[in-house]
Design a protein around this ligand. Structure first.
Ligand SMILES: [Zn+2]
Length: 242
């Protein structure tokens, strides 16, 4: 049973968003963040610190865009958390990952507190079949016809994509599973948790899933919000925008 959380000011639950930066540009997210800021909802905005040299499957602005960077620093100054979504929108070998993480620190004054793996990056850490163990891993590989087996190698020592030691030394939290359940802590009551079989991640956290507007709005229905509010203070909503 999860220890009951006492939220500040007698609040009944907490709500936040981890925004994966896929496709984000100043023109399509600027107004969203203005609204969140006006409402006092200080969420987590992930970034890509460096501009990759290759054409991405899913692009978006990076910290190398000066106007976008000014927007990010303004968000940070208002209390939004800036987090990492890997260092850019496509795979990065170890040297580039290290460079991107140092660039993050240089730009924002600290190493990233949290990371969400980007699905198009082969250096994603404990991703694909590496998220699972034993029979679960076997079933995962079978369902995907082994297409993702061994793709994500950020934790595979000796591989050109390996950066597990850097992740362990510089980053505290990494997102793992996402759930349909609006009450994230009910779906994953032990988070944040350490998994000794995946030692390069200090703590894993979970999210409720909202990858599309429709799914996001369904998860945030008034009924679900009422349920969060009425069920007591040991609950949390934590959404991921993939
Ligand atoms: Zn992504």
């Amino acid at each position: 049973m999860h220890k009951k959380i006492i939220w500040p000011d007698g609040k009944k639950f907490a709500f936040t968003v981890f925004d994966d930066t896929d496709l984000a540009t100043l023109s399509n997210v600027g107004e969203v963040y203005s609204l969140l800021s006006d409402l006092g909802i200080k969420t987590t905005k992930s970034v890509w610190p460096i501009k990759g040299p290759r054409i991405p499957k899913l692009g978006g602005s990076t910290c190398e865009d000066p106007e976008y960077m000014r927007f990010l620093l303004d968000l940070q100054s208002k209390g939004f958390e800036i987090a990492l979504h890997n260092v850019t929108y496509h795979s990065s070998e170890r040297e580039d990952t290290v460079r991107g993480i140092e660039k993050f620190r240089q730009l924002f004054g600290h190493y990233p507190y949290s990371l969400a793996n980007h699905a198009d990056c082969e250096e994603s850490i404990y991703w694909g079949n590496y998220r699972l163990t034993g029979i679960n891993e076997w079933v995962y590989n079978l369902l995907l016809r082994f297409r993702h087996k061994g793709i994500f190698r950020g934790a595979v020592e000796g591989d050109k994509y390996f950066w597990g030691d850097v992740c362990r030394d510089k980053i505290k939290y990494v997102r793992n599973f996402v759930y349909k359940e609006t009450n994230t802590l009910k779906a994953c009551p032990f988070m944040p948790y350490h998994d000794p079989s995946r030692p390069y991640v200090n703590y894993w956290f979970a999210s409720s899933e909202g990858p599309t507007v429709t799914q996001y709005n369904e998860c945030l229905s008034e009924e679900n919000m009422d349920s969060l509010e009425c069920c007591g203070s040991d609950l949390i909503g934590h959404f991921c925008l993939a």
